[in-house]
Design a protein around this ligand. Structure first.
Ligand code: NAI
Length: 316
C-alpha cells in the first residue's frame, strides 16, 4: 500500500498529539487535529506555531518545508467526523485510560470508512483490548511513540490478532516516510518490546539497590557511562556479536557465565515499601522535585544533540 501524502487525523491535542502533528506536517502531510476541549485545541495551535518557529530559529526543524509552510498544513476541528473524513491514517492520542480508549474507538468506528488506518499511541494497552467489538477492527493497530518523538524516532507497531497485514505494512511505511524508526511486533504482547526490556533493567537495578550493592547514582552511571553509550548505537545482540568473533563464538565463550549469573537473579520486585522510600530519597537528593522541569529540559537538550549526532553519522 502506498502512503501517498493524504490527510492525517490526530485525536487528542496534548503532548503526544502535538508531536505527531509536527512529525506529519514536517513530511508534508495535511494534518487535522481534534480534541474534545475547544480551549485545548486553541492552546495546541498557539504552542505548535511557537514550537515550529523556535525549531526553525535553532535550525532543528525537520523536513524541507519552512515553519510557516508546516504550520499551514495543520488545521483543527471540534468535530470527530470532520477530523476523520477522507483521512488515510488516524492517530489516537487521548489519555491512557482503557474505558476512554474504548469509547473513542467506538466513536471512530461510527465515522470511519473501510480504508483508513486507526492507530493508537497507547503505551500500555494491547490493541485487542479496545478493538474487539468494532466493525472496523481489522483497521486498528498500535503505533507507540517514545517521548520526545521529535528526537527519539522509535515507534512500536503492534497489530491485534485481527489487524490485516496491509494495515500493519501501511503503518510501518507511513512511519518510515515521516522519518521515524518503526519496529513491527508479529503479535501483541503486554509491554510491547521497549517496556519489557526497560522493566528487566529496572527490576535488576532495583534489586541491586535493595541489597545495598550499588547506590542509585552509581546504578545510573552503569547505564549513562557504560551500557547506554553502546546502546545509543547498537542493540544488545549486535553488541555481543562484536564483543567476540561473532555470536556463535560469543555463546561458546560466555553463555555458561551468563546463564549462571542470570540464575542468581531474584524474583521480580514489587517496587513498594521501604526500598521504594530509599530509592526515592536518593533520587530526590540527586534531583529535588522542584528541579524536575530543569532536568527534563537538560535531558531533551541531550537527546536533541544525540539525535543530530546520529543523523550526521548515518549520512556519512
Ligand atoms: P495528554 O494528557 O497530554 O493529552 C491528552 C489529550 O486528549 C488532551 O488534550 C485531552 O483534552 C484530549 N482528550 C481527552 N479526552 C478526549 C476525547 N474523548 N476525544 C479527544 N480528545 C480527548 O496525554 P499524552 O501524554 O499526550 O498521552 C496521549 C497518549 O499517548 C496516551 O495513550 C499515552 O499513553 C501515550 N504516550 C504518551 C507518552 C508520554 O510520554 N506522554 C509517550 C508515548 C505514548
Amino acid at each position: 500500500m502506498s502512503t501517498g501524502k493524504g490527510k492525517i487525523g490526530i485525536i487528542g491535542s496534548g503532548l503526544i498529539g502535538r508531536s505527531w502533528s509536527m512529525l506529519f506536517a514536517a513530511a508534508g502531510y495535511n494534518v487535522t487535529l481534534y480534541d474534545i476541549l475547544p480551549e485545548q485545541i486553541e492552546t495546541a495551535l498557539v504552542d505548535l506555531k511557537d514550537q515550529l518557529t523556535k525549531l526553525e530559529q535553532k535550525k532543528l526543524l525537520r523536513g524541507t518545508l519552512t515553519a510557516k509552510q508546516q504550520y499551514s498544513l495543520i488545521t483543527a476541528t471540534t468535530s470527530l467526523a470532520d477530523c476523520v473524513k477522507d483521512a488515510v491514517y488516524v492517530q489516537e492520542c487521548v489519555p491512557e485510560n482503557i474505558e476512554l480508549k474504548k469509547t473513542v474507538f467506538k466513536n471512530l468506528d461510527a465515522v470511519v470508512d473501510a480504508k483508513c488506518v486507526l492507530a493508537s499511541s497507547t503505551s500500555t494497552f494491547v490493541p485487542s483490548l479496545f478493538s474487539a467489538d468494532l466493525v472496523h477492527k481489522s483497521q486498528v493497530i498500535v503505533a507507540h511513540p517514545v517521548n520526545p518523538p521529535y528526537y527519539v524516532p522509535l515507534v512500536e507497531i503492534v497489530p491485534a490478532p485481527w489487524t490485516t497485514a496491509e494495515v500493519t505494512e501501511f503503518t510501518r511505511n507511513i512511519m518510515e516516510d515521516i522519518g521515524q524508526a518503526p519496529v513491527t511486533l508479529t503479535k501483541e504482547i503486554e509491554g510491547f518490546a521497549l517496556n519489557r526490556i526497560q522493566y528487566a533493567i529496572l527490576n535488576e537495578s532495583w534489586n541491586l539497590v535493595k541489597d545495598g550493592i550499588l547506590s542509585v547514582a552509581d546504578i545510573d552511571k552503569v547505564m549513562s557511562a557504560g551500557l547506554g553509550m553502546r546502546y545509543a548505537f547498537l542493540g544488545p545482540l549486535e553488541t555481543a556479536h562484536l564483543n567476540a568473533e561473532g555470536m556463535e563464538n560469543y555463546c561458546q565463550r560466555y553463555s555458561k557465565t551468563i546463564y549462571s549469573t542470570s540464575m542468581s537473579f531474584q524474583p521480580v520486585p514489587k517496587m513498594e515499601g521501604d526500598v521504594m522510600k530509599e530509592v526515592s530519597r536518593q533520587l530526590n537528593e540527586m534531583t529535588p522535585l522542584d528541579q524536575l522541569p530543569a532536568r527534563r529540559a537538560w535531558r531533551d537538550n541531550c537527546l536533541t544533540q544525540l539525535s543530530q549526532l546520529k543523523r550526521d553519522l548515518d549520512s556519512k
